[in-house]
Design a protein. Structure first.
Length: 341
């Protein structure tokens, strides 16, 4: 599934999210000898999703480490290594399995810098696929953005495009705080355009900064991860009906760039949040609360609307699965509801 290499002189290349992540890992392993990768199948098998393809052959056993099937064990090892001065990248085969290691992620990694009065940094990245994939049922389909975004001490990023994926992973590896990187399995094989700048080794995407993917004037759509693509599709459909949507790609869940959302709401006077996670205490709920408490509230001409996953464990059957995650038609419906059209 490797994307075609850029033609000589071509500034823009089509690169899959998988290859963008692979590029980021390769560049950071090469740049800093303290960086190492560990997790199930990351070495000899080239990664369960082929994200770490070729890295074990290039960097060897000390830098790319296959672990037993024990998240509690290898996450604990990684957190300890980070406390001792290394910079581990800890891969979960799916974030649903990070539950096995939540004690290490929250009680050890997230709280240590604060509890040591800044004396002990924990520069670690927890990464892997998050949210619903396709046909893998409830135990592999949960979105943890709200869970990890709830916890002080963590930074939480959620990329959509190849540039997001590469830039955020490089920033996460270089950050002295624990960073949770929530990817999406269904995006791994999707190719996005990458600018010449994004293909350079110096390219990073700052953590905590959202990106306006499409400017608009009538309604603000805020999403992260795969639903950003759905929002852009919905915006294209609505544009034919004369509705111009401004689509914001959050990129970072914590710290949240609420200023970009506020500025957009001041301009459009309407807000719709879109996420694959559950409604209760979700990312959209947080955005709506922050908008209500802040200066943009007075500019709203209608209540904000949340478009979320259904409030049920994910069913296995495809037709039920489709009805449990926000589709383009659901976003269009939510926009029309808030605009009263």
């Amino acid at each position: 599934e490797r994307a075609e290499p850029a033609l000589p002189g071509a500034a823009v290349a089509q690169v899959t999210v998988r290859d963008a992540l692979n590029q980021a890992l390769d560049e950071e392993l090469e740049r800093d000898e303290r960086v190492f990768l560990l997790g199930e199948e990351v070495a000899q098998y080239d990664g369960a999703y082929k994200i770490s393809r070729g890295l074990w052959k290039k960097y060897g056993d000390k830098r790319v480490i296959d672990t037993p099937i024990s998240e509690m064990g290898f996450t604990g090892i990684a957190v300890g290594a980070a406390m001792a001065g290394l910079r581990p990248v800890c891969e979960f085969m799916t974030f649903n399995f990070s539950m096995q290691a939540i004690d290490q992620v929250i009680n050890s990694a997230a709280k240590t810098c604060y509890m040591s009065a800044g004396a002990i940094a924990v520069p670690i990245v927890f990464r892997g696929p998050n949210g619903a994939s396709a046909g893998v049922a409830a135990q592999h389909s949960q979105c943890f953005a709200a869970w990890y975004g709830h916890c002080p001490g963590l930074k939480v990023v959620s990329p959509w495009s190849s540039e997001d994926a590469k830039g955020l992973l490089k920033s996460a590896i270089r950050d002295d705080n624990p960073v949770v990187m929530l990817e999406n399995e269904l995006l791994y094989g999707v190719a996005f355009e990458m600018s010449e700048q994004a293909q350079s080794k110096d390219f990073v995407v700052p953590i905590g900064k959202a990106k306006i993917e499409r400017p608009g004037t009538h309604v603000t759509l805020v999403a992260h991860s795969r639903p950003v693509g759905h929002c852009l599709e919905a915006a294209s459909v609505l544009a034919k009906e004369g509705v111009e949507c401004e689509v914001i790609n959050l990129r970072t869940i914590r710290p949240m760039d609420i200023e970009t959302v506020e500025a957009s709401v001041v301009k459009t006077n309407h807000l719709v949040t879109v996420e694959g996670g559950w409604p209760q205490f979700g990312v959209g709920a947080e955005i709506c609360a922050r908008i209500m408490e802040g200066p943009a509230f007075n500019y709203l001409d209608a209540p904000a609307v949340r478009c979320t996953g259904a409030d049920v464990p994910m069913p296995y059957a495809k037709i039920l699965e489709d009805n449990c995650t926000p589709q383009v038609k659901d976003i269009i419906f939510a926009v029309k509801k808030t605009l009263n059209i």
